[in-house]
Write a protein that binds this ligand. Structure first.
Ligand SMILES: Cc1cc2nc3c(=O)[nH]c(=O)nc-3n(C[C@H](O)[C@H](O)[C@H](O)COP(=O)(O)OP(=O)(O)OC[C@H]3O[C@@H](n4cnc5c(N)ncnc54)[C@H](O)[C@@H]3O)c2cc1C
Length: 473
């Protein structure tokens, strides 16, 4: 059987691969996205701190620094047009001793060199006024007024939805396992669901981008996963924190921070620990203890609040200090590896960079005249969610019928998520598209109803949706 043939095959539908697919969809190209998992954004992209970074603390002159600055600008503009929740609440980088305080001029100078000029020092009293629940002993802070929080779920889904609505083929549950040259100069990718031929291949495989790179004959880097554990505190904790509270970074990590989320919670994390297993997304007693200790110092009242959830993400760290982004024109192959701790922010800029590389390497980019815009459902606590909209409820009473009471997710939103251009296939998919099951009860009350809706939408059983094995007879 002849393999289906595309102009571009993108491996991986995380936030980076999805952003690249969206950028390709602006042009008359045939594009396929091959994703091993069962949803978009279900790898590292679902488990991060969800900060839209200004890049003030990036290393000037690196590609990462440039793309984070550019990505911040692109996403700040794109987000509101498609409904990605973004709140520009600003960050305070807090010094807890004289040594940390003495580093402020160096951090401000670094920020300027990285292209961010608005960082300014504030004194102890102003800091106490701005953050009344901060722990004792802070000696001052650097205000970074443009740091923002963003929805980590809507962002990749918006990119991928725009791509799919504009003709991109998205193949989920499809792992790329091999590659051979095709007769007509194409790449033939062997996948878990058959062969796919493409003129160009973009490797956006996150943690396994090094393995894919080797399929193309390169050994430029090795990914060593850097585990980050995070605690999500209940919405009752939200009044305790007004800004993103950052520690003074070290050479290895930005450290443990406290931040509000766009869902109205507070997140504490992440840890940073190199591990050798790319599936090591379990929380550890040591990691959680370290987080609680850090939280007790930063905002002591926070650690007395209830924890809603714990999650763990793996950064695709490499032996290099920068992104591993390489266009190989002769091979018609692009590697987008080593996108470790800033990929959510930089995603659109990475996509722009890749598209420029493809064009320079000879791919013809003809703009589509029939490009369709999209609008994502509102997940942000500050936005007008359907249950708060009299007009939405009047037009469709399903938006007035709350299924998940913790997060106020309605039957209408869950129904829509199950029938969207990239439908939720299971409970996690519903969670990331509606916030249902994300709240303090973690689905204890609404789980069965949501599972029944998923089962009905996909013609399966509740037991299948819940992953319950059949009872032996
Ligand atoms: C703890 C933590 C905190 C972070 N905080 C922030 C933050 O605040 N702000 C920020 O901007 N960034 C942050 N990041 C970084 C950001 O989350 C990542 O840079 C980004 O998600 C990387 O996206 P990606 O698409 O490259 O990788 P992924 O999301 O991992 O996507 C790669 C995809 O490729 C698929 N794949 C892999 N191999 C194959 C294959 N063989 N065939 C088909 N598909 C394959 C995977 O299933 C996966 O879905 C953080 C990361 C972590 C871990």
């Amino acid at each position: 059987m002849t393999a289906a043939r595309y102009d571009v095959a993108i491996i991986g539908a995380g936030v980076v691969g999805s952003a690249i697919a969206r950028a390709c969809a602006q042009y008359r190209l045939s594009v396929i996205v091959l994703e091993a998992g069962d949803d978009v954004g279900a790898g590292t992209s679902k488990a991060n701190t969800a900060i839209l970074h200004t890049g003030f603390d990036t290393k000037p002159g690196t590609l990462e620094s440039r793309l984070v600055r550019r990505g911040y600008a692109l996403l700040s503009t794109y987000g509101p047009t498609v409904g990605i929740p973004i709140e520009r609440i600003g960050a305070l980088l807090v010094a807890w001793d004289g040594e940390q305080h003495a580093r402020f001029p160096e951090i401000v100078a670094n920020a300027r060199a990285a292209g961010y000029g608005a960082a300014r020092e504030i004194g102890r009293d102003d800091l106490a006024r701005l953050e009344p629940h901060l722990g004792p002993g802070a000696v001052g802070a650097l205000a970074v007024p443009d740091e923002a929080i963003i929805c980590p779920f809507t962002t990749p889904l918006a990119f991928a939805t725009e791509a799919v609505v504009n003709g991109t083929t998205l193949r989920l549950g499809t792992a790329v396992e091999g590659r051979r040259p095709g007769a007509d100069g194409t790449h033939v990718l062997a996948t878990s669901r058959g062969e796919v031929a493409a003129e160009w291949v973009v490797n956006a495989a996150g943690l396994t981008s090094d393995t894919i790179d080797r399929l193309f004959g390169h050994e430029d880097f090795t990914v060593t996963p850097r585990r980050g554990e995070l605690l999500v505190y209940d919405k009752l904790a939200r009044p305790l924190v007004r800004h993103i509270l950052l520690p003074v970074p070290t050479a290895r990590t930005k450290g443990v921070l406290v931040s509000p989320t766009v869902f109205g919670n507070v997140v504490l994390g992440p840890t940073a620990e190199d591990v050798d297993d790319k599936r090591a997304t379990g929380a550890t007693p040591a990691g959680l203890a370290a987080l609680v200790a850090a939280g007790r110092r930063l905002v002591p009242a926070l650690v007395a609040e209830e924890v809603t959830a714990i999650y763990v993400g793996l950064r695709a760290a490499t032996e290099h200090g920068d992104y591993q982004l390489r266009v190989h024109p002769a091979e018609r192959y692009v590697c987008v590896g080593g996108i470790r701790s800033t990929g959510l922010t930089a995603s659109m800029a990475i996509a722009e960079y890749v598209l420029e590389g493809l064009r320079d390497a000879g791919l013809r980019l003809v703009p589509r005249e029939d490009h369709q815009a999209i609008r994502m459902p509102c997940l942000g606590e500050q936005g007008e969610r359907p249950h708060r909209s009299a007009a939405a409820i009047a037009a469709d009473p399903a938006y007035g019928e709350i299924v998940c009471h913790c997060e106020r997710a309605t039957r209408g939103e869950i129904r829509d998520a199950l029938a969207s251009p990239i439908p939720a296939l299971g409970l996690d998919g519903v969670r990331r598209r509606t916030r249902a099951l994300l709240g303090r009860c973690q689905g204890f009350y609404c789980g069965a109803r949501v599972a029944a809706m998923v089962a009905e939408a996909h013609g399966t059983t509740i037991a299948d949706v819940l992953g319950v094995p059949p009872v032996p007879r």
